[in-house]
Design a protein around this ligand. Structure first.
Ligand code: HEC
Length: 127
């Protein structure tokens, strides 16, 4: 039920996307990073913080995915996301996300950790 409530909240939050307003404002990102932001907002933000700003209940992914961090590489990152760390409170997402979605989340989080992507809702990429 917690997941369900989160989906509704995020669905409402991203509903205005597609208006010209949403496309003109906000950080510029690639299509993959944009998809990663969408997936992150649905699945991860409630624990790791909106825009990956960090949250005391879970690992700070801006530090974890930064150069030299434990999940700086895509393989390490996507493995933790797929398998989780169930004993430590990190759920497994292999049932609820695809490999492509996990790679997109890595692209987004890595961009945040490397300071290429500022906080905030990204602009929808040109279609
Ligand atoms: C229910 C809360 C919760 C949710 C939802 C959640 N996480 Fe986590 N996550 C955690 C906790 C707690 C840890 C710390 C685990 C530990 O101590 O090793 C963690 C750890 C991680 C790590 C390892 C960080 C490190 O330093 O080793 C990664 C990567 C990660 N999460 C990514 C994600 C992504 C991406 C999502 C969304 C698909 C997500 N998490 C959703 C709670 C959560």
């Amino acid at each position: 039920m917690r997941i369900h409530a989160g989906l509704i909240a995020v669905g409402a939050a991203i509903a205005p996307l597609g208006t010209s307003d949403a496309q003109d404002k906000g950080p510029r990102v690639s299509a993959k990073e944009y998809e990663g932001w969408r997936q992150y907002s649905v699945h991860c933000a409630r624990c790791h913080g909106q825009d990956v700003v960090g949250n005391p209940v879970a690992a700070n992914l801006l530090e974890s995915a930064r150069k030299g961090g434990p999940v700086a590489g895509m393989e390490a990152f996507t493995t933790v996301v797929a398998e989780g760390r169930l004993d430590k409170g990190m759920p497994a997402f292999k049932q609820t996300t695809s490999p492509e979605q996990r790679e997109a989340m890595y692209a987004y989080v890595k961009g945040r950790a490397d300071k290429r992507i500022p906080a905030g809702r990204p602009s929808a990429p040109p279609s």
